[in-house]
Design a protein around this ligand. Structure first.
Ligand code: NAI
Ligand code: MG
Length: 363
């Protein structure tokens, strides 16, 4: 089967790191491991310059037709003054909304060779491999009412509303359990049922989905604040952590700092499974932005983007061995000393973006 990949490199270092993925796509195709049909399109400032919008209708159509979208990064000082609705980020928000990407996957992997770059001691993080599954389209960031009102006594009152339905919790729970089966078979569900009704329902629904469909997976419930503490005390106790939008935002940033550089962090956002094909809409992107300070100098670390491509092999294309091979190449290249500037010790020589891509290809 031919796998349909849409590449949206975007702005700044986006095209530089995307070019390294294109080399890998070509290699996988040449070596007969997998055949990709790759489309390219514009997003963010690049799309605004060409079409006057942050993503064109044509690119949206391509995104909906693709098996996976690989997104670089958008934004930069050049577009600071474009109209709000056309700002570069609007392209990413439109993709998330129109593709219904409700499950955000943020792996936190600490490569042994980089363990000293972690915020924690090496012995706590060496070979750490956890996956945070964050609900991305519901909860307090979207719930209505959402407002600031003026009271009779002149004070103001701010309101945000945490809302979750059974269906929203069920579908994110299923994603987490399903992923756990492909990993170490353990899910930790983080909420605050002790003080929040949404936490009570979250815990009930996760427990019910587990009992009905995933009783082979180990499940534990953890209070979200305790989870934050445990992440910096003993992170390797976790495999998959599932949580709502707000707690996931915070816990994934905590986990990110366990691993070292922003240039190393991949992510995936998944939509609902199509019952006819079993496929999900999916977008893969590095966590970092367009890094205007180093753009155009071949200094960007392409590993977050390459790791995002590896996630697409695993989760969208079902190419598990290819994903293992690519992730193994990252581990081996790092173990053999390959370093871009962001992860090289001060005063040592480092590789350019293209040299790092070549190092991965060699492995
Ligand atoms: P940033 O992630 O672009 O950069 C933060 C710092 O990390 C910079 O010093 C940068 O050089 C460094 N860095 C980031 N990625 C790197 C990589 N792969 N290799 C080496 N060093 C790397 O965040 P910042 O500076 O806050 O935002 C810059 C622009 O990116 C803004 O326009 C912002 O809106 C946009 N942005 C876009 C995102 C996206 O497309 N998803 C996410 C975050 C920011
Ligand atoms: Mg955040």
């Amino acid at each position: 089967a031919t796998h349909k990949l849409l590449l949206l490199p975007g702005d700044g270092i986006g095209p530089e790191v995307a070019a390294e993925v294109e080399k890998l796509v070509a290699w996988f195709t040449r070596s007969g491991i997998a055949a990709f049909e790759t489309e390219r399109d514009l997003v963010g400032g690049a799309a605004y310059d060409a079409h006057g919008v942050a993503i064109s209708e044509d690119a949206m159509k391509n995104a909906k037709a693709a098996d996976a979208v690989l997104f670089g990064a958008v934004g930069g000082p050049k577009w600071a003054d474009v109209p709000y609705e056309h700002r570069p980020e609007a392209g990413l928000l439109r993709l998330r909304k129109d593709l219904g990407l409700f499950a955000n996957l943020r792996p936190a992997i600490c490569y042994g060779a980089l363990a000293d770059a972690s915020s924690l001691k090496r012995e706590l993080v060496e070979d750490l491999d956890i996956l945070i599954v964050r609900e991305l389209t519901g909860g307090v960031y979207f719930g209505e009412p959402k407002e600031i009102v003026t009271l009779e006594d002149g004070q103001k009152r701010a309101v945000d509303t945490q809302l979750y339905t059974t269906g929203e919790i069920e579908r994110i729970a299923r994603v987490a359990f399903d992923l756990a089966r492909k990993r170490s078979n353990k899910v930790s569900s983080a909420e605050k049922h002790n003080v929040m009704k949404s936490g009570v329902l979250w815990k009930q629904v996760v427990t019910a989905v587990h009992g009905a469909e995933f009783s082979d997976v180990a499940l534990e419930h953890v209070l979200a604040d305790n989870c934050a503490m445990q992440l910096v005390r003993n992170p390797r106790q976790y495999d998959v952590i599932v949580c709502d939008n707000l707690f996931g935002d915070i816990l994934s940033d905590v986990a990110a700092m366990l691993t070292g550089s922003l240039g190393m962090l991949p992510s995936a956002s998944l939509g609902a499974e199509d019952p006819a094909t079993g496929k999900r809409k999916a977008l893969y992107e590095p966590v970092h932005g367009s890094a205007p300070d180093i753009a155009g100098q071949s200094r960007a670390n392409p590993l977050a983007m390459i790791g995002s491509f590896a996630m697409s092999l695993r989760y969208s294309f079902g190419l598990i061995e290819a994903a293992d091979m690519l992730e193994g190449a990252i581990t081996d290249a790092l173990a053999n000393g390959a370093r871009t500037g962001d992860i090289a010790p001060a005063g040592t020589n480092s590789l350019s973006t293209t040299e790092m891509g070549d190092a991965i290809l060699r492995e």
